[in-house]
Design a protein around this ligand. Structure first.
Ligand SMILES: NC(=O)c1ccc[n+]([C@@H]2O[C@H](COP(=O)([O-])OP(=O)(O)OC[C@H]3O[C@@H](n4cnc5c(N)ncnc54)[C@H](O)[C@@H]3O)[C@@H](O)[C@H]2O)c1
Length: 269
């Protein structure tokens, strides 16, 4: 076995949500491993900046994953630029936010939870992943090769522990939403469906379930979160690059339908 098994040279990899905390790190990791990256995000201005810093003639593409036409145009542009797609990483997502002026605590209670926030989450996280797989996966199905990675979360596997969102004085700041974990659980099931459906077409489909990334959250949260992991800390975005390179590359050629959990041990005890 040689390290070249992990090489992404001569592969085009589409990354959606590429301007996000994890997406941006994956763009760099995947391009450093040899791939040409289609840096796809609804935030085109930022996508251009990110693509400019990457290797292998990587390029930016404006895409709204909830919009079939936008995805279709993006696919045509990517095929015009590169003629093939070997990897797809579905990172685009929303983590529920509240627009009303009322307190976040009140709005986040399940009894009050807004159907609009619920539907937005389903639309971007779940339907967006479905549409992206349909659009870019079609290219892979025609070529009978490709690797798709759908990003879920530990919250797709276990329920949120609401005590994490209680400060040092024991005051509940907000409740983690019901919609985000529901979409992430759905992604794990959808991935298995697609892996079974496209296996004979030579397309591998796997889930990657990350744990929480450190992003200057409040001190009480970081402390409580860290204590729930076996490694005693939150993750850095770059810590998911190795797994994504592995899942796209030939090193994982017999792996499909799996859920690779990288969470510092959170779900293992
Ligand atoms: N950050 C974490 O702690 C964490 C933990 C577990 C799982 N995840 C998952 O990892 C993935 C990446 O997370 P992140 O922290 O980088 O998220 P992020 O919020 O930092 O970035 C999300 C990106 O998606 C883009 N986006 C949103 N709606 C879009 C749309 N309709 N079309 C195209 N792009 C759109 C945004 O512009 C943004 O660049 C997500 O699926 C998230 O649920 C994150």
């Amino acid at each position: 076995m040689s390290i070249s098994l992990f090489s992404l040279e001569k592969k085009t990899v589409v990354i959606t949500g590429a301007c996000g905390l994890i997406g941006k790190a994956l763009c760099k990791g995947v391009s450093d491993a040899g791939a040409r990256v289609a840096v796809c995000d609804i935030d085109y201005e930022n996508a251009v900046k990110i693509a400019d810093d990457l290797n292998n003639n990587s390029f930016a593409v404006k895409v709204d994953v909830t919009d079939r036409d936008s995805l279709s145009k993006a696919k045509d542009y990517i095929i015009y630029k590169t003629s093939s797609i070997e990897g797809l990483v579905n990172c685009a997502a929303v983590n529920d936010t509240f627009k009303k002026n009322e307190s976040k605590l009140e709005q986040s209670k399940f009894e009050n939870f807004s159907i609009d926030v619920w539907e937005e989450s389903i639309k971007v996280n779940l339907t967006g992943t479905f549409l992206s797989c349909q659009t870019f996966g079609e290219v892979m199905a025609k070529c009978k090769k490709g690797s798709i990675i759908n990003i879920a979360s530990t919250y797709g596997i276990v329920a949120p522990d609401q005590s994490l969102y209680r400060n040092e004085e024991g005051k509940q700041i907000f409740y983690k939403s019901p919609s985000y974990p529901t979409t992430k659980g759905g992604i794990i099931s959808f991935t298995r469906y697609l892996a079974a459906y496209w296996g004979k077409f030579g397309i591998r489909v796997n889930t990657l379930s990350p744990g929480g990334v450190y992003d200057k959250q409040e001190e009480f949260f970081v402390k409580k979160y860290s204590e729930k992991t076996m490694l005693g800390r939150m993750s850095q975005p770059e810590e998911y690059c190795g797994a994504v390179i592995f899942l796209i590359s030939d090193a994982s050629s017999y792996m499909t339908g799996a859920n690779l959990i990288i969470d510092g041990g959170w779900t293992a005890w």
